[in-house]
Design a protein around this ligand. Structure first.
Ligand code: 6XA
Ligand code: ZN
Length: 345
């Protein structure tokens, strides 16, 4: 399959994130993409192509214009206050506060458009995130044009970014941008299947009231796992979207048998939906040795996952999300893609 990649992801290189009350080196770092690049290249999974550039309006199909304006100018506003270090938020509008009035002070703006203190923003963040969306759209356009599948090798990740908020290392929701891209290019029904360890709260929020994009996610139970405030089984969609959101929260430490039971049920539902296209939020922080997650997948499971995705028999875009066992992330991603390729060829 074709692989879309740009080294502009390096423009986003967070220094520290808040973790257990301390500022620690960011888990989400450029080396992650380097290891994935090396692994897909070594396995000759397909040609590696540069993304095309798309108008920002393609991103605004799933994010609010006021949020995107903020991302575009955030670094300039922050440095205008004399700051040179990464920006991290420290105050948020929780229940009872107003979110309809954008504060003038940068601390208030950043709080309004974020939900955690683990997602540093720097000079190149917007450029990297914009390129990530271009990568997702380039992959989608190739698949719309007849390719069986494509892999969007992008970072920062995207599935926690919602209509107007960043968080969880995410700024622009690449999976949502790709799903919307499919819709805007003729697909009637699109599925986003999120297999990252963490619930894709941003993707869920973006499509929660829609029946034309079904969101399905297998993840650590939010009662104990990040992002804590979304991802429960009883979130089934709202209004038009009722029945088109499906969460499989699993206990931290769940066996692979339990994980594949959930995937089997997800596959059954996806088949029933009769989608025209599929987007996979491919996080490999489900890996047994991931430093911040608690599932138990390894090589055989990643190969099997790829094969089961192939069996859905849909035009498919894979999008890189989480995975922090940096030395293994490349192999883990490559095994999913290899399992897919072996099953389709
Ligand atoms: C808290 C952990 C964020 C998890 C990010 C992730 N700073 N999401 O991997 O899929
Ligand atoms: Zn994750």
């Amino acid at each position: 399959m074709k692989i879309i990649y740009s080294d502009r992801h390096r423009l986003h290189h967070g220094d520290k994130e808040m973790y257990r009350g301390q500022l620690v080196p960011c888990f989400e770092k450029p080396e992650r993409a380097d290891f994935v690049y090396d692994a897909v290249k070594a396995r000759k999974l397909g040609p590696i192509l540069e993304p095309k550039e798309f108008p920002v309006s393609a991103i605004e199909r799933v994010h609010s214009p006021r949020y995107i304006r903020f991302l575009e100018k955030a670094w300039d506003l922050w440095t205008a206050q004399g700051n040179t270090n990464d920006a991290l938020p420290a105050v948020w509008p929780v229940r009872g506060f107003r979110d309809d009035v954008e504060p003038e002070h940068f601390a208030g703006k950043l709080g309004l458009y974020s939900y955690d203190s683990g997602t540093p923003l720097m000079a190149g963040t917007w450029a990297a995130a914009k390129t990530g969306a271009d990568i997702a759209l380039t992959a989608q356009q190739l698949v719309t044009g007849g390719e069986r599948a494509a892999f969007a090798l992008s970072r920062p990740p995207g599935h926690h970014a919602g209509p107007d908020f960043l968080g969880g290392y995410c700024f622009v929701n690449n999976a949502a941008v790709a799903a919307q891209g499919f819709r805007d290019n003729g697909a009637q029904r699109v599925v986003v299947l999120d297999v990252d360890y963490h619930h894709g709260n941003g993707t869920q929020s973006i499509f929660y009231e829609r029946s034309d994009v079904m969101f399905v996610s297998i993840h650590g139970d939010p009662r104990t796992e990040y992002p804590f405030f979304l991802g429960h089984a009883n979130e089934i969609g709202n209004n038009e979207g009722v029945g088109y959101n499906k969460n499989y929260p699993l206990p931290a430490g769940s066996s692979n048998a339990l994980w594949f039971d959930a995937l089997g049920d997800a596959v059954r539902r996806i088949n029933e939906y009769r989608a025209d296209a599929l987007v996979i939020s491919l996080g490999v922080d489900t890996f047994a040795d991931d430093p911040i997650s608690k599932f138990q997948l390894r090589e055989p499971e990643y190969l099997k996952l790829g094969a089961q995705i192939a069996a859905l028999n849909l035009p498919t875009v894979f999008i890189l999300e989480g995975g922090y066992a940096v030395a293994e992330i490349g192999h883990n991603v490559a095994h999913v893609l290899q399992g897919f390729e072996d099953a389709v060829s």
